[in-house]
Design a protein. Sequence first.
Length: 319
Amino acid sequence: MRIPTMTDVLRARTLIDPILPRTPMWPYPALTASTGVDVLVKHENTQPVGAFKVRGGLTLLGQMPTVERECGVVGYSTGNHAQSLAYASSRFGAPCTIVMPTNPNSAKANAVRALGAELVEFGTTLEDARECAEKLARERGARLVSAANEPELITGVGTLYLEVFEQAPDLDAVIVPVGGGSGAAAACVVADAVAPDCEIVAVQSAASPAAHDSWRAGEVVHRPNQTVVEGLATGTGFELTQHIMRERLADFVLVDDDAIAEAQWLLLRDAHTLAEGAGASALAALLANAERFTGKRVAVICTGANASERELRTMSGMP
Ligand SMILES: *Cc1c(COP(=O)(O)O)cnc(C)c1O
């Protein structure tokens, strides 16, 4: 498999720049006070689909040959990867089919349909959805898009980290939420090229530690996948992203789902920012390891805003 380079990231940026404005990154005095760390929040929650993944989808679709694009793409996802592919497909006029496990987060399912993609509900796990997507892609001659073993998704997401280091060239650490690992792999590729002294720290939920355990073991492993935090939910590590993270990641930490919910609330209160669980997990990792980051300048990536209606009601104290 081809390892993405900084040159690929720069090429992705020329493709994305005319489509997506760069997202802001801000310090919040209240958040600095409650964490004791010089923390900056990178706002991928402001993307048109509410998550950073749109950068990868646009890069993948934008670089597909026209004939291939006309045959369409098939993806499987519990949410944001689906919205990213649906958005990019509609942007580039490609047919898009998304397979989700049955009874998906209705906000995410509706968003996918509203973007013009066909939504297929199948099975109970993401693994079931993947098998169904593989079959559909074969039948339709469409391009199957994996959740993480895709170089274009990594290079597209690399544009996020290029922005981070342009906005704050003096960072000591960047904390990145991990599911399949495309985001953390992208951070590694870019930091290696433009911020060699900056540590990249990954975070996953302790209830779904497959990527974390794969990184520690030095090989892809499977683990129970029990987190309620959608973007971080995976039962396996992925070869490509693990390979990149192995070389460059400074550390990989785990946080409990409860700590993620607490960080979601802090972002809402102190940074006026609505994050889904995954989008708050980098802040949760910072809070759980505060002494390690004291006196340092740290960026936390707020990767997404697509909280379910249940999460929204819980956060606001509504029944
Ligand atoms: C997908 C996702 C993640 C995890 O990203 P990977 O690139 O799969 O590791 C984190 N946060 C949100 C909001 C996501 O949608």
